[in-house]
Design a protein around this ligand. Structure first.
Ligand code: NAD
Ligand code: MG
Length: 392
């Protein structure tokens, strides 16, 4: 029986993970659930899954969560704050961790799970972008295993020889990440000046949280995924290509030295990746509708429009620059996306704000967690400052 901690249980990935777990009560148990502030949702999930531990990130809500769980007759233990999340990720209550907190807020618990040698089901791509080398060190030290949940990286993992997720040993020429192109695919720059958060979050193929939905609309999501592929698979930037594939059926491809190209296909539903990673190296049912190629009819591929969606090139640039540059990009993006979702920053200013922040800040070596946390904080402050001065 795998005991699974879902970090970010109230989110979109959290819901998909719990759906798969509920289909296999003989194999999986949701032993730990965490949320940021949504006590009501966490209590409802706890009533259904009866975890051993429930963690609310906002410490001010711990008492209210405890009272509500006790009133519901549950024996679930309660913790909160950074220490609670660390316990959820690294404690004895779970052997498998779904890292599905959104943004840099997930870094600490993701690293803790890696260090503790858990099976790490990684959705929190921002943690890899911020601190790729530290995550790899933590995984080596902990001796656990990482299985990517991001659909593209899960696809690449499935297309690489079993248990050898490093390109250097596998005769790989390149990997090709597919991108849906998001809700604004085909739009010209001037058509994007006044788009609203709801329009940006109306993704044609996937139902996701609002931050990643905006990232998909700007193509920053694909940029973050290029950096994620670099660290997870040891791929040089020149070995990582992106093609737009509007149907989101081919989730990514691996091209080998002998000319073979392996792809992983499936309907766009994150439960496939979650079921794959929970059961690996076995396979279990996920609840995803079987793929019917005759109904889909055709699969299209086109180049990304890098002039209109500049975030993709910004991500390649910080990957080349190295050091703290990806941390700065990620932090500035989080500030920009939050401001866009609040209605205070126009859509096209997201890329401009990130670029301006990168131009202002020096690149330092990314040697330890302190320097990355400092780079993250500095980039947030700088992005806020530039935004106040130039964009709002
Ligand atoms: P979401 O917004 O739906 O859920 C986020 C979860 O994180 C919630 O449970 C929330 O309570 C928790 N959270 C938010 N801020 C927190 C904080 N400061 N401290 C602790 N917990 C906090 O997001 P999502 O769409 O489920 O995405 C989660 C992660 O998975 C992101 O990194 C995203 O890029 C990645 N991802 C998502 C999808 C998808 O289909 N949704 C696909 C690939 C990768
Ligand atoms: Mg993805």
């Amino acid at each position: 029986m795998r005991r699974v901690a879902i970090l970010g249980a109230t989110g979109s990935i959290g819901a998909s993970a719990l759906d798969v777990i509920a289909r296999h009560p003989d194999r999986y148990r949701a032993s730990v659930l965490t949320a940021n502030q949504s006590v009501d949702e966490l209590v409802a999930l706890a009533a259904r899954f009866e975890p051993d531990l429930a963690v609310i990130a906002d410490g001010a809500l711990e008492q209210s969560l405890r009272a509500r769980l006790t009133a519901a007759g549950l024996k679930t233990r309660v913790a909160s704050g950074a220490a609670g999340l660390r316990e959820a990720a690294a404690g004895d209550t779970a052997d498998t961790i779904v890292a599905a907190i959104v943004g840099a807020a997930g870094l600490d618990s993701t690293l803790a799970a890696a260090r503790a040698g858990k099976r790490l089901l990684l959705a929190n791509k921002e943690a890899v972008v911020m601190a790729g080398p530290l995550l790899l060190d933590a995984l080596r030290a902990g001796g656990g295993e990482l299985i990517p949940i991001d659909s593209e990286h899960n696809a690449i993992f499935q297309c690489l020889p079993g248990g050898r997720p490093n390109l250097a040993h596998a005769g790989v020429r390149r990997v090709v990440l597919t991108a849906s192109g998001g809700p604004f695919r085909g739009k010209r720059r001037e058509e994007l000046a006044a788009v609203t958060p709801d329009q940006a979050c109306a993704h044609p193929n996937w139902r996701m949280g609002r931050k990643i939905s905006v990232d998909s609309a700007t193509l920053m999501n694909k940029g973050l995924e290029v950096i994620e592929a670099h660290w997870l698979f040891g791929a040089a930037a020149t070995q990582i290509d992106v093609v737009v594939h509007p149907q989101s059926i081919v989730h990514s491809l691996v091209e080998y030295a002998d000319g073979s190209v392996l792809a992983q296909l499936g309907n766009p539903d994150m439960r496939t990746a979650l079921a794959h990673a929970l059961a690996w190296p076995e396979r279990v049912e996920s609840g995803v509708v079987p793929l019917d190629l005759l109904t889909i009819g055709r699969l299209d591929f086109q180049p990304a429009d890098r002039q209109t969606f500049r975030c993709l090139d910004l991500a390649y640039q910080v990957l080349d620059a190295g050091g703290t540059a990806p941390t700065t990009l990620n932090a500035a993006n989080e500030i920009a996306v939050a401001a866009f979702l609040d209605g205070t920053l126009p859509f096209l200013a997201i890329a401009e704000l990130i670029e301006a922040t990168l131009e202002q800040l020096p690149i330092a070596p990314a040697t330890d967690l302190d320097s990355l946390v400092y780079a993250d904080l500095t980039a947030r402050q700088e992005a806020q400052r530039i935004m106040r001065r130039s964009f709002c």
